[in-house]
Ligand binder design. Structure first.
Ligand code: MG
Length: 259
């Protein structure tokens, strides 16, 4: 099932995108409280797609694909390397990534992204997927100059935390097996990343189990599972697409901060 969050006539709704891909069956309230159709049908063409969760907590994993760790000169981590992106970084499909006025090297990072559906603490790997609501595409946009300066002292926040640096969407798709999904990133139509989540160092169940050792996971939490090899720079005017077959294509252009 494809669940979309969308704006129509100045209000935000969740809905189920029907298989014709043009009709949205509107839902009552939040899908995390159950999928209750209102009986209203909206046209996708009349709606503006929003980020799949409003102001979520966003967790990220660094160095979660061996080939990406190698391209950055790092060994595989012994445990998931966690960071957070602020809720103000989140944008939706077709929104613009704002290139910081003082940005020097800003990279795209296409990533399978998990949306938690059920609260939990000390979740076992065996139970972990029961806590997943669904999956979406994510782009963990990162300013490498800021990131290198921070990570020399063991932290990751500002370089990944600029406004608009967490595009998510276009839909949350339920019922997927996350163990071998293809993740493709294109810049202006050219494929720059093409990998499988089968190569995750810490797969989705291990990641959920690890995170929940420290903190309660909540419905609507977002986990960006890490990027494969092939990261590279973006420039003002570029169009970045992250595609996960079975989920869809998350597309965002890049605009200047003071355009
Ligand atoms: Mg990343």
């Amino acid at each position: 099932m494809h669940i979309v969050r969308y704006a129509l006539d100045g209000r935000a709704y969740y809905g189920i995108l029907e298989s014709n891909r043009s009709t949205i069956s509107r839902l009552e309230g939040s899908p995390f409280d159950g999928l209750h159709r209102t009986g209203n049908a909206d046209r996708l063409a009349d709606a503006r797609i929003l980020a799949p969760v409003d102001r979520p907590r966003v967790f990220g994993l660094a160095y979660n694909y061996r080939a990406h760790s190698q391209e950055t000169g790092k060994a595989d981590p012994q445990a998931p390397v966690l960071f957070m992106k602020p809720s103000t970084a989140v944008i939706g499909h077709d929104d613009s990534i704002v290139y910081p006025h003082d940005g020097e090297i800003v990279h795209f990072e296409g990533e399978l992204t998990v949306i938690i559906g059920k609260q939990g603490r000390y979740i076992s790997e065996a139970d972990a997927l029961d806590h997943v609501f669904g999956y979406t595409c994510g782009n963990d946009v990162s300013d490498r100059v800021v990131q290198r300066r921070e990570s020399a002292f063991g932290c990751l926040l500002a370089g990944k935390g600029y406004d608009t640096f967490a595009p998510l969407g276009p839909a949350i798709v339920t019922g997927l097996d996350p163990s071998s999904l293809r993740v493709i990133t294109r810049v202006n139509g050219t494929v720059r990343q093409d990998a499988s989540t089968a190569d995750l160092v810490f797969p989705v169940p291990a990641t959920i189990a690890y995170l929940s050792r420290f903190m309660t996971l909540l419905p609507g939490d977002v986990i960006m599972t890490g990027t494969p090899a092939g990261v590279g720079p973006i420039q003002v005017g570029d169009a970045i697409e992250v595609e996960i077959p079975g989920i869809g294509v998350l597309r965002n252009d890049v605009k200047a901060e003071h355009a």
